[in-house]
Write a protein that binds this ligand. Structure first.
Ligand code: ME8
Length: 696
């Protein structure tokens, strides 16, 4: 792996504001860049705005402002948005900047000097939405309709400069062959290869019928084709204001699958023509998939309704309000919602595939993967110590956990190196599960009573494991990693070029260092709060798009209607519309959905079980339901289970019934769910959920 890393996002058109789709690419780039920084690589991330072309000129005209003023305004919105999503690009390039203009004109001149630009006449079809030329066979008939924008392509007939793309077909095919990972995922390479094999036509690279573009050197009545101008940003940004050209070639251009052809065909062809050798072509173009939101295509209406920053802020507020001391307790606390959005985007959609992002899924991952698995791990450890305890002899359980760490760290690093954040997170979550399982097996609550030295070993092991986890999650969740480290008494991660911070093995902590137990990082959200968030960010009804519902006010009304429509398909989404009663069925009378939602049902792991003296029917259980210490449950199942059969089982527990007193100090703090099968009581079990996982 090179000791330098350069990642880029597409530069975004300013006919739109940042939305979930553009946030997805930008967050992915930020995650990869942060990962490489951790590995000690000199790392750089570039994003920016694509400001020229007919599409932008028309967007500005529609608003009655000059294109330059429009560009200033929207570029400022983009620039201000990325830090709100935890992204820290090293540079933000605008194609209207003089540094860019100058370098693009030089590139043009180099290509022209090689004889690859000539003057001709273009006659054909152009989709302004795509800023791309089409032939009739690429369009929907009748009417030459663009398959993406659903609008007829426009006829263009004008003088134009052409780039001799047709010259580069063989060179590109050779390049793809010698560099099979140039296009990722691998399946996308086939698309690119077949496009090139079909034969490349020369490309029209200038226009004369509008002015909002970079003038062609020596022929200023032509402006450059916006893609010629835009693709060059990845290099021009490295030249000024300071010289960063050592970062070239880019390690990866992250793009959506919609713009792969421009990056994998036109861009390397321009570079080859300008005299760059194969070693100076970008190393990889990674085309990620497209997101839907709650199953709906990301239309203009939806983009306006679902702002990733608003979703993140609402999640932060909900988390702050759920803290024991209320929102006040979180005053000044960094915002966790941003990290939750980043995590869910990177985890829920396998990077490279199309996928769906929904708030229902975010809330469920918040409760289970973040709250119960990660947050709870911290909460299960810190109550046992105020400082790092001394470690005694390590046993097989500790060795097993250290092995799980080594495996997860190696797998996650391989995945991040391959630009696969989803796989990296999958690997990291295996060690989080292993650490939770280690607590179940090592039972620190028993050691606390019987063997304080053993307790020290268990807690010190877990503290070291938590430190390793804080480092591994930091590319995706920098805020959460920081908060974990504060509670673990650790400073922020110190980045240093050449120093690899990746925890290939467990770090070690000096005994006696102070720990700072704090409030939960992912406090449990009330069901009512979840329902409120689901209603607020419900997608508009699909039949309300496009047309008149494109107006923002319309979208709001639809957002509420959408919550109802959705809940029919997924009854778990509360706030759903009541439908006509179904035909009478046997059983208990119906309950309101909200009454059902008030039950705190969770996965519990039985950590111990014993018979109750003089009460044959009863077993006295300790069950870990993710609260830090196990809860006591007295259950009348002694006739059906021997106590040892229950230990280690993952059962379903109702956690919010009032405590029940069985006399003689036997107070039960919950109830197990069971079913009677052929006269024997059977517990309801699941295979592999962490203690505390909510059951809906
Ligand atoms: O194409 N899912 O800019 P653009 C995932 N200016 N990603 C999405 C998405 C979705 N539903 N919608 C958009 C341009 N994106 C050119 C690029 S680069 C030299 C010039 C993301 O504003 C995805 O990265 O239309 C896509 O490629 C990009 O936004 C398109 O942004």
């Amino acid at each position: 792996m090179a000791s330098r890393f350069y990642v880029t996002t597409p530069i975004y058109y300013i006919n739109d504001v940042p939305h979930l789709g553009t946030a997805y690419t930008t967050i992915a780039a930020d995650v990869l860049c942060r990962y490489h920084r951790l590995r000690g690589h000199e790392s750089r991330m570039l994003t920016g705005t694509d400001e020229h072309g007919l599409k932008i000129q028309r967007a500005a005209e529609a608003r009655g402002v000059a294109p330059g003023a429009h560009a200033d305004e929207i570029a400022a919105v983009f620039r201000a948005t990325w830090p709100k999503l935890g992204c820290a690009p090293d540079d933000f390039i605008r194609t209207s900047e003089p540094r860019h203009k100058k370098a693009v004109q030089e590139l043009w001149s180099r290509i022209k000097a090689r004889g690859d630009i000539y003057l001709g006449h273009y006659e054909g079809l152009y989709c302004v939405g795509c800023e791309a030329y089409y032939t009739e066979k690429d369009l929907e008939q009748p009417g030459n309709v663009c398959p993406l924008h659903k609008k007829p392509a426009e006829s263009v007939k004008e003088e134009s400069y052409f780039f001799r793309l047709s010259r580069y077909g063989d060179a590109l095919l050779d390049y793809y062959k010698r560099n099979p990972t140039f296009v990722q995922p691998a399946s996308r390479l086939n698309e690119v290869v077949s496009f090139v094999r079909e034969g490349l036509q020369d490309l029209s690279v200038s226009r004369t019928t509008f002015e909002w573009g970079i003038p062609v050197p020596d022929d200023p009545k032509h402006v450059m084709y916006v893609w010629f101008d835009a693709l060059a940003n990845y290099m021009t940004a490295l030249r000024e204001p300071e010289d960063n050209t050592r970062f070239w070639p880019a390690d990866v251009h992250l793009v959506g699958k919609d713009i792969l052809r421009f990056h994998a065909v036109y861009w390397p062809a321009f570079l080859l023509s300008a005299g760059y050798g194969e070693a100076e072509l970008p190393r990889q173009v990674f085309a990620h998939g497209f997101l839907t939101y709650s199953g709906q295509k990301m239309s203009k209406t939806l983009r306006n309704t679902i702002s990733p920053v608003e979703v993140a802020t609402a999640l932060s507020e909900a988390a702050a309000a759920a803290l024991p001391g209320g929102p006040g307790a979180a005053a000044g606390a960094p915002l966790v919602g941003v990290d939750v959005v980043r995590y869910c985007l990177m985890r829920a959609i396998s990077f490279g595939q199309d996928g769906d992002f929904s708030l229902q899924d975010v809330l469920s991952r918040y409760g289970s993967e973040l709250g119960n698995a990660l947050g709870n791990l911290l909460n299960r450890v810190l109550p046992f110590a105020e400082e790092v305890p001394a470690k005694g002899a390590l046993g097989p359980l500790e060795e097993e956990l250290a092995g799980a760490q080594r495996q997860a760290a190696a797998a996650a690093a391989t995945a991040f190196d391959a630009n696969q954040p989803t796989r990296a997170l999958d690997a990291i979550w295996t060690v989080i599960a292993a650490a939770n399982l280690y607590i179940d097996k090592a039972a620190p609550w028993v050691a606390k009573k019987t063997d304080p030295a053993r307790l020290g070993t268990i807690i010190a092991t877990l503290i070291e494991q938590l430190e390793a986890i804080s480092v591994m999650i930091s590319p995706v969740m920098p805020v959460v990693a920081g908060r974990m480290r504060e509670q673990l008494g650790l400073p922020p991660i110190a980045f240093e070029e050449g120093s690899d911070r990746w925890p290939m093995a467990l770090p070690s902590r000096a005994p006696g260092e102070k720990l700072h137990r704090g409030s939960p990082i992912f406090p449990r959200l009330e069901k009512e709060k979840e329902a409120e968030l689901l209603a607020r960010f419900a997608p508009p009804r699909p039949d309300a798009e496009p047309g008149k519902a494109d107006a923002k006010a319309g979208a709001k009304v639809d957002a509420q209607a959408g919550a109802k429509a959705d809940s029919k398909a997924a009854p778990a989404a509360s706030g759903g519309a009541e439908v006509a009663a179904p035909p009478a069925r046997q059983g208990k009378s119906p309950v309101a959905f909200d009454d059902f939602a008030r039950l705190d049902l969770r996965i519990g792991v039985v950590t111990s079980a014993e018979r109750v003296k003089k009460k044959d029917r009863l077993l006295d259980l300790r069950v870990d339901t993710g609260d830090g210490a196990p809860r006591r449950i007295i259950s009348g199942i002694a006739a059906s289970y021997a106590p040892e059969e229950l230990v280690g089982k993952r059962i379903v527990v109702i956690c919010n019934l009032p405590p029940r007193d069985f006399g003689k100090g036997l107070v039960s703090e919950g109830m197990l769910l069971t079913a009677e099968v052929e006269g024997r009581v059977r517990t309801i079990t699941v295979e592999d959920a962490a203690p505390g996982t909510p059951v809906f």
